[in-house]
Design a protein around this ligand. Structure first.
Ligand code: ZN
Length: 236
């Protein structure tokens, strides 16, 4: 009987260490995932902007060609204007030239607007490229370090778990099940010490006769309030 309580106490110590280690693993794993997400987000924004840029550059080239084609046509039209034979033809020619000039001016506006949009996109791309470089310079190293640290921690968790399982194996199966159940329900603490007669899990004053009985028999008893297994240290 007496050995059981000592084993439970030792197991609880191991499980607290294990829980702490597991929380550390979770913390670093989460931080790493967030960093990788930030990198992926950056890459996705870059891909989207690059696609838009490609499209706009194509449109700008078309607009530029439209302007230059119209200018060629206007030049030809002006040359023909020198060969008009009467006033009627001259007026018609002037009207046509004016309308062509207006059209070219509109085409130039369209071109300039596209050019400004490309410039704006390129500025946005430069910002993201800066972000990407920062990620790649700093995070590539950090991500690798983090991964290594997490792997070391995971190995430590595995070793600690093996150690606790070995201790747990010494317990009677039903007691082990009971311990695991309390551990799960009570936030990782199944065994509590009693200090000055108080349960350290919920601070209930444990009746003295119960304490005397536990000390005498070393039996496995639970706190009447929080249902955790009571362990009385030797100096109590
Ligand atoms: Zn309690």
């Amino acid at each position: 009987m007496s050995q059981e309580l000592e084993t439970l106490f030792a197991l609880q110590e191991l499980d607290l260490r294990l829980l702490e280690k597991q929380r550390e693993v979770d913390k670093y794993t989460k931080a790493l995932a967030e960093r990788q997400e930030a990198i992926a987000d950056c890459d996705a924004r870059m891909a989207k902007l690059s696609t838009s840029r490609k499209e706009l550059v194509g449109q700008r080239a078309l607009a530029e060609r439209r302007v230059s084609d119209s200018q060629t046509q206007l030049k030809e039209r002006r040359q023909r204007a020198g060969r008009v034979r009467n006033e009627g033809e001259m007026r018609a020619s002037d009207r046509e030239i004016t309308s062509m000039e207006r059209e070219i001016s509109d085409q130039e506006d369209a071109y300039l607007q596209l050019d400004a949009q490309v410039e704006e996109l390129e500025a946005a791309i430069a910002v993201i490229r800066g972000e990407q470089n920062d990620h790649h310079d700093a995070d590539n190293r950090q991500v690798k370090d983090e991964e290594e640290r997490i792997n070391v921690l995971k190995a430590e968790v595995a070793a600690q778990r093996a150690e606790r399982d070995k201790v747990a194996d010494a317990l009677d199966a039903s007691l082990r099940k009971r311990y695991d159940m309390i551990l799960e329900r009570r936030g990782g603490r199944a065994v509590v010490t009693v200090v000055a007669g108080n349960c350290q899990g919920c601070h209930l004053q444990i009746p003295p006769q119960s304490l005397i009985e536990i000390m005498r028999t070393r039996a496995v008893r639970v706190c009447p309030q929080c249902n955790r297994i009571i362990y009385i240290p030797a100096d109590e």
